[in-house]
Write a protein that binds this ligand. Structure first.
Ligand SMILES: [Zn+2]
Length: 273
């Protein structure tokens, strides 16, 4: 295993429990950013010691400028910046041997998952082929469409449940136990470092499969406001299935994912007032 792709989010990093930790400009944000960098470097160092030669990190949180290249371990490239066509999965190709998701969080609607959401707080629910999914599943399917297995996902205990449902052998590292959407039982970074080491050892000894779903891909997105649906219906191929839900269907997963990103971008826009 020589090439690893890491998508690094923030809400699932240990210590993070509040909007105040994850929003640029808040006095708590800088500490949140520091914890994100620390946990990511822990993972990078373990993979480098295992002989991985090329690691690409995609900053996958909010404006996607939380990580700084000079604060990361050497031998790492960083995809940084807000507008990326493939968002949290920008830059993944079939040339990677595996993908890793760090700092992921529970799906929209979960009351006991820390900072649960699916891409945007404007999204109430996402289903893919009838199954309610979060970012872990949507992004694992993206990697799967490139034939890349997701080796490891970290986040709270609710993320670990979503990982189990992939049925690919993907390992989980639990960084915290969700209590409410804005409170959790945090584990110490040194304990988590041991868990990452053990999990990555197991990754190298197992045969983890890419996550694949058979087409057609039927994506239903329920939005917070009915006007968001009215506006998102401008995206070719979408249709309304109820007052608050749009559907998009395609035989190509990348097309489906990009339609989803377009829907969430439009639904996140602050022009409804
Ligand atoms: Zn995030």
């Amino acid at each position: 295993m020589k090439r690893i792709y890491i998508s690094c989010d923030m809400e699932g990093i240990t210590g993070i429990c509040s909007d105040r930790h994850r929003e640029i400009g808040d006095v708590f944000y800088e500490w949140g950013r520091k914890m994100m960098t620390r946990e990511l470097n822990t993972v990078i160092d373990i993979f480098l010691k295992k002989g991985v030669e090329d690691i690409v990190v995609n900053d996958s949180h909010h404006y996607m400028m939380n990580l700084r290249i000079d604060e990361l371990s050497s031998n790492v490239s960083l995809i940084s910046g807000t507008h990326k066509t493939d968002s949290m999965m920008e830059g993944i190709t079939s040339e990677f041997d595996g993908a890793v998701f760090i700092g992921y969080h529970g799906k929209s609607g979960l009351s006991n998952a820390v900072l649960s959401h699916t891409y945007s707080d404007s999204i109430i629910k996402v289903t893919l082929n009838g199954i309610c999914t979060g970012e872990t599943t949507l992004n694992a399917a993206f990697a799967g469409s490139k034939n890349v297995p997701v080796l490891l996902v970290s986040g709270d205990d609710k993320v670990a449940e979503e990982v189990t449902e992939l049925k690919t052998g993907t390992r989980s590292v639990v960084t915290k136990i969700g209590i409410t959407r804005s409170a959790g039982m945090m584990f110490h970074p040194e304990k988590i470092a041991k868990d990452y080491k053990e999990s990555i050892e197991k990754v190298f000894k197992s045969n983890i499969k890419p996550f694949k779903i058979d087409p057609p891909y039927i994506l239903d997105v329920t939005l917070k406001e009915t006007q968001m649906v009215d506006i998102a219906l401008r995206i070719p191929g979408t249709k309304r299935v109820d007052d608050s839900t749009l559907r998009f269907v395609s035989d190509d997963y990348i097309t489906t994912y990009r339609a989803f990103i377009a829907i969430q971008t439009i639904a996140s826009a602050n022009y409804l007032k």
